[in-house]
Design a protein around this ligand. Structure first.
Ligand code: PSU
Ligand code: MN
Length: 299
């Protein structure tokens, strides 16, 4: 179901930015989860675009949620983490849940939303040689015609392998005003370059238009926006914290859909909350850039 304000904007080709809700139900502790989505909504509006939070309520896929529904799902225990594979199940069972990047991109494809802001994409998990775990986010980025604005890949991933998977699936990965592929909690480094770099929104809009219109390539684009310097975690400390979080997950045998939420919660513990502060900052930062990009694409 597309919210009336979002529907009108789409009809008039006005700028719209989708926001995911797995970050609300599974990515961040309360009350930060609701606060940051409200800040993201404000940032999108400030940039002159219409925000559309995607979530599933009573089995219905919503594109655009009102304040009451947002507060409801943010405060609820037992909301499901819904990836692409789970949308049909949620529909059949009338379930509630937060949509991951993959499920949100599926909704964007259906509704015709061309810009989406999130924190960091899912990708290829560390230890994939023993336990193959590749987020459905990769497949969705390759198939939905939408530009995802994210602070790169989540630091908990095998990021070189994640970039390889994106290359295989033909997804343009663009460093926004950076030569390095951002690592969510950090701005990245020279050992992992961004595949391409752009410095103006006009060029990003041209790239999107070329992919979708001139080249008729059906999939999306990843615009990798580094976390603001003042909120970034030092790379060494981050690497150590992620390694420890992964060891905890391995020791407890955490796998599958539970792995990402577990690792993010473990990082919060290990960094005494600083990973969450960084996460909040980068989410708002991405929403603002997404709003500006939506305007550039609409103009
Ligand atoms: N980025 C964040 N916090 C999150 C996620 C991303 O800042 O909680 C979520 C996204 O919804 C992403 C999901 O799609 O984690 C990836 O999970 P998995 O690796 O199980 O596909
Ligand atoms: Mn997975």
């Amino acid at each position: 179901m597309v919210d009336p304000e979002v529907q009108r904007a789409l009809r008039e080709r006005a700028p719209v930015v989708a926001l995911e809700s797995a970050v609300l139900t599974h990515g961040l502790p309360r009350p930060h989860n609701l606060e940051v989505v409200q800040r993201m909504i404000a940032a999108v509006r400030h940039a002159g675009a219409i925000p559309a939070v995607v979530a599933v309520l009573g089995g219905v896929l919503h594109v655009g949620l009102g304040d009451a529904a947002l507060a409801e799902i943010a405060g609820r225990d037992g909301a499901h983490k819904l990836s692409a594979r789970d949308l049909a199940w949620a529909h059949a069972t009338g379930s509630d849940g937060g949509t991951t990047v993959a499920a949100t991109l599926a909704a964007c494809g259906l509704a015709g939303v061309r810009v989406f802001a999130t924190g960091g994409i899912g990708g290829v998990h560390r230890g994939w040689r023993e336990h193959l775990d590749i987020s459905a986010d990769i497949e969705a980025l390759a198939s939905a015609p939408c530009c995802t604005v994210a602070a790169g890949g989540k630091s908990i991933l095998d990021l070189p392998a994640t970039l390889e998977a994106l290359e295989t699936r033909g997804v343009p990965v663009i460093g926004w005003r950076t030569d390095h592929f951002p690592q969510f909690h950090s701005r990245g480094h020279a050992r992992l370059p961004a595949p391409r770099r752009l410095d103006t929104l006009e060029q990003v809009a041209l790239l999107c238009r070329a992919r979708w219109d001139a080249l008729a390539q059906p999939g999306g684009v990843l615009l990798a926006n580094p976390i603001p310097e003042e909120h970034a975690l030092p790379q060494r400390e981050l690497d150590d914290a992620v390694a420890q979080a992964q060891r905890d997950a391995d020791a407890r045998g955490i796998r599958g859909a539970a792995l990402t939420p577990f690792l993010l919660a473990a990082l919060e513990r290990i960094t005494a909350g600083r990973s969450v502060t960084a996460n909040l900052a980068l989410l708002e930062h991405n929403a603002a850039l997404a709003g500006e990009l939506a305007r550039a694409l609409a103009g």
